[in-house]
Design a binder for this molecule. Structure first.
Ligand code: SAM
Length: 358
């Protein structure tokens, strides 16, 4: 069964709205790549007339509650406009229709309430997993997804099966786990990516573009060497510490696994290249250092991780342990920041073109 979860809604102190500046920095760093690659690669097919302007449909997949999604959409619209203008189609600019997609559990009310008042597009929400079809055939001109594709749709069943060699006892990630666990995580990631890209080949128009921003570990490293994943793993240390102190059941820790996988560029490239009708037009690895030095940095990072993972943890462990677990996590993250790390994870920007299914 697919995992359904959401980032913390609303705009309170633990919300994603208030705790997504790390993702904002990543989106800002990739802004030039997004804008330039659209201007370079978008093929204008203008069927507009003054009476009937063309509709240019954009989707942000895994948009969460904002505000980063709005900034990305603005970058995309500015780049498309500029492309139309340089193409000599200024007088017949298209109308923009923007679809904000996320899981059904996403706080779409907060998203809609914070839509920019001066926006120059029509907005709609599209609930559901982006690993399946979301839009009609050949209806989308440009799709975008940032900081979302590392979330798996489900935890492979063998990770919680005591009889399986891939039983992930005492761990919540694949860091420090057996090869069987790592293989199960990798296989789930590749399946999800295949489903994601296959759905897009149906939904995109001919020459439609798909821009992806995804966390990635350096080339040549093993999945468990991802520095971001190692940071997440410290949350597992907090769980096992509490289990040892008798504050929560060991069985509950054994049956909890984070549905996250951080790929490298080759793994992503391999999936995209295996899918008919898609071609990679741009692939850039962007330096994106984790900046945890002080206890305050660890506190801020833990708030970001809490905004993303609190819902999942609450579902599995209940309400009582939440504050305590994240209090301990700050200390664990700070300790982790002092361990020497040679290679840091980054982000991967990818622009894919669709030669639509006839
Ligand atoms: C970390 S947030 C990123 C939000 C925004 N794109 C940004 O850059 O700040 C990741 C979002 O992806 C969504 N997501 C993850 N897997 C998804 C799936 N299979 N289908 C739809 N949304 C998904 C999550 O619910 C979450 O809101």
């Amino acid at each position: 069964m697919e995992t359904s979860f959401s980032m913390n809604g609303g705009d309170g102190p633990n919300s994603y709205t208030q705790n997504s500046k790390i993702q904002k920095e990543g989106n800002d760093q990739a802004k030039a790549s997004l804008s330039n690659s659209i201007q370079e690669k978008l093929i204008i097919q203008n069927h507009s007339s003054a009476e009937k302007p063309q509709v240019f449909s954009i989707a942000d997949l895994g948009c969460s509650v904002g505000p980063n999604t709005f900034a990305c959409v603005n970058t995309i619209i500015e780049a498309v406009r500029l492309k139309f203008q340089t193409h000599g189609s200024e007088s017949i600019l298209p109308e923009f229709h923007v679809f904000f997609n996320d899981h059904v559990a996403n706080d779409f009310n907060t998203l809609f309430r914070s839509l920019p008042l001066n926006r120059e597009y029509m907005a709609a929400g599209v609930p559901g997993s982006f690993c399946g079809r979301l839009f009609p055939k050949a209806s989308m001109n440009l799709m975008h997804s940032a900081f979302a594709l590392h979330w798996l749709t489900k935890i492979p069943e063998e990770l919680t099966d005591k009889e399986s060699p891939a039983w992930n006892k005492g761990r919540i990630t694949y860091v420090g786990s057996s090869n069987d666990v790592i293989e199960a995580y990798t296989a789930q990631f590749l399946r999800d990516m295949e489903d994601f890209f296959t759905a897009r080949t149906v939904e995109l128009v001919n020459n439609g573009l798909l821009a992806i921003l995804i966390l990635c570990r350096p080339e040549g490293t093993k999945p468990s060497e991802s520095t971001i994943m190692q940071g997440f793993d410290r949350l597992g240390h907090a769980f096992t510490e509490m289990a040892k102190e008798g504050l929560l059941s060991e069985a509950l820790v054994d049956s909890f696994n984070l549905p996250i996988f951080i790929p490298n560029a080759s793994e992503v490239k391999k999936v995209v290249s295996s899918i008919q009708h898609l071609s990679i037009e741009k692939l850039e690895e962007i330096y994106y250092p984790t900046k945890i030095v002080t206890h305050e940095d660890a506190r801020v990072s833990s708030l970001h991780i809490r905004a993303a993972m609190e819902g999942l943890i609450r579902q599995h462990f209940g309400n009582k342990i939440i504050d305590e677990i994240f209090k301990r996590f700050i200390r664990k993250l700070h300790e982790f920041s002092k361990t020497p790390r040679h290679l840091q994870d980054g982000i991967l920007f990818l622009l894919v073109k669709c030669n639509a299914i006839p």
